[in-house]
Design a binder for this molecule. Structure first.
Ligand SMILES: NC(=O)c1ccc[n+]([C@@H]2O[C@H](COP(=O)([O-])OP(=O)(O)OC[C@H]3O[C@@H](n4cnc5c(N)ncnc54)[C@H](OP(=O)(O)O)[C@@H]3O)[C@@H](O)[C@H]2O)c1
Length: 354
C-alpha cells in the first residue's frame, strides 16, 4: 500500500481550512495529521476551537487533534496554508526555510519572482521555478507553491484555451463575488442585505496581476507576464458560495462564438491526462441555456472543481464576451491547492517522511 503524505493545515479553523479538511477526507495520498490556527485556538481540541460551518460532520482526521501554533516544527511532511495574507508571508517562509514544502492558498507569496503561481491545467511548467525557490529558502530543501486568487483562477482557466487557439490581446472583467470569499464572519449582514458592495480590498489588483503571471512564459528562470492588459472591477454580492465574472476579451484573430465554445468545451490538460484525484473530467463546462451559469445551480459542477461558462457572444466593443462561474472555496481555494499538491506528488516533489 502507498505510504501516505502527512499534511498539516495552517488556518485549519477558517472557511478555507475547513474546506481543506473536508476535501482531504478519504484522500488516497494525503492524511491530515496536524491542524494549526491563531493563539485564540491554540491548545484546544479542534472541535472546541472550530465552529464547523460546512455540511456533514467534522472529518474523522480532525477529531483527535489539538490545534497547534503555526510555527515549525509540526508533525507533518507538507503544510497547506490558508492563513490571512498578513500572517502567511513570514510564517510560510519560516516553514519553507525549515525544509517543508508549503502549498499556499494565501496571496502573500503569489507574485514573488521565485514562487510558482500554478493552475495545473494552465501552467504546470512554472514548477520549473522550484529550483530557484529552494535556493532562496536555504539548504533545507523547502519551497512554496501558490494557487491563485479565487476569481483569478476561473479567469485564467478560461483565457488559457482562448490564448492557445486565438491569442488574447485585452481583457475586461467584472466580478460578482460570494460572501464566503471574505472568510468568517466576513461582511456584516446589515451591510450586504438588500445591497451590493462595489469594493473588495486588493481584489482588482490581484486579478489583473495574477492572471498575467499565470498566463506568462517561464524564460531564463523567471516568469515574463503575459503581454495583454487585464482590467478588473469587483463587487461583493449576497450569495453564499460561487464567484461569477462577466468577461470581455479581444482575441488575436477573428473567431465565431461557436469556435470559442468548442475551445472551452474540449479543453483538457495535464491533470486529466495524469488522472489526478481532484482533477475534474472537464475543467470547463459550457451551458447553452440563456440564463446560466448561476451560483446556486452551477457552483458544484465537477465537485466544485469545474468552472462553468455561458453567455458566449460577440461583443460590440472588445470582440467577444462570456460569463464564468466557479466555487470560490473549492476551485478558488482549497481544491486548487490540493490539485497543486497532487501535481507536485505526481512530479516527484513530495515524499512521505521527507
Ligand atoms: N474564502 C475564500 O473563498 C478564499 C479564497 C481564496 C483564498 N482565500 C485566502 O485564504 C486565507 C484564509 O481565508 P479564510 O476565508 O479561510 O479566512 P478565515 O475564515 O478568516 O480563517 C482564517 C484562519 O486563519 C487563522 N488565523 C487568523 N489570524 C491568525 C494569526 N494571527 N495567526 C495564526 N492564525 C491566524 C484563523 O484561526 P482562528 O480560528 O484561531 O482565529 C483561521 O484558522 C486568506 O489568506 C484568504 O485571502 C480565501
Amino acid at each position: 500500500m502507498q505510504e501516505m503524505i502527512r499534511v498539516g493545515i495552517l488556518g485549519a479553523t477558517g472557511i478555507v481550512g475547513q474546506r481543506f479538511l473536508q476535501l482531504l477526507d478519504g484522500h488516497p495520498s494525503f492524511a491530515v495529521t496536524t491542524v494549526a490556527a491563531s493563539d485564540r485556538s491554540e491548545g484546544k481540541p479542534y472541535t472546541d476551537a472550530c465552529t464547523w460551518r460546512l455540511g456533514g460532520d467534522v472529518p474523522r482526521a480532525a477529531l483527535g487533534l489539538r490545534v497547534q501554533a503555526p510555527e515549525p516544527p509540526l508533525d507533518c511532511d507538507v503544510v497547506f496554508s490558508s492563513l490571512p495574507a498578513e500572517v502567511a508571508g513570514p510564517v510560510e517562509t519560516r516553514f519553507a526555510q525549515a525544509g517543508y514544502p508549503v502549498i499556499s492558498n494565501s496571496s502573500a507569496h503569489r507574485l514573488s519572482e521565485s514562487v510558482p503561481l500554478v493552475i495545473p491545467e494552465v501552467n504546470p511548467e512554472h514548477l520549473g521555478l522550484l529550483d530557484t525557490c529552494r535556493d532562496a529558502m536555504g539548504a533545507g530543501g523547502g519551497f512554496i507553491v501558490t494557487n491563485p486568487n479565487c476569481s483569478a483562477v476561473m479567469i485564467a482557466l478560461t483565457l488559457a484555451p482562448l490564448a492557445a487557439r486565438f491569442g488574447v490581446e485585452a481583457v475586461v472583467v467584472t466580478t460578482l463575488q460570494a460572501l464566503s470569499g471574505a472568510g468568517h464572519p466576513g461582511v456584516s449582514a446589515l451591510d450586504i442585505t438588500d445591497n451590493v458592495i462595489p469594493f473588495i480590498a486588493g481584489e482588482e489588483e490581484k486579478i489583473e496581476r495574477e492572471t498575467r503571471k499565470i498566463l506568462g512564459r517561464l524564460q531564463g528562470g523567471r516568469v515574463a507576464p503575459a503581454g495583454f492588459p487585464v482590467s478588473a472591477q469587483c463587487h461583493r454580492v449576497n450569495v453564499a458560495d460561487g464567484h461569477l465574472a462577466a468577461v470581455r476579451v479581444t482575441l488575436g484573430r477573428p473567431a465565431d462564438p461557436a469556435e470559442l465554445r468548442e475551445a472551452f468545451a474540449s479543453f483538457r490538460a495535464l491533470p486529466q491526462e495524469l488522472g489526478l484525484p481532484s482533477a475534474p473530467a472537464q475543467p470547463i463546462v459550457v451551458r447553452d441555456e440563456p440564463d446560466r451559469p448561476q451560483p446556486r445551480l452551477d457552483r458544484d459542477a465537477g465537485r466544485g472543481m469545474t468552472v462553468t461558462v455561458g453567455r458566449i457572444a460577440r461583443d460590440g466593443v472588445l470582440g467577444h464576451r462570456f460569463v464564468v462561474l466557479s466555487h470560490n472555496t473549492v476551485r478558488g481555494a482549497a481544491g486548487a491547492a490540493i490539485l497543486n499538491a497532487e501535481l507536485l506528488l505526481a512530479k516527484g516533489y513530495l515524499k512521505p517522511g521527507a
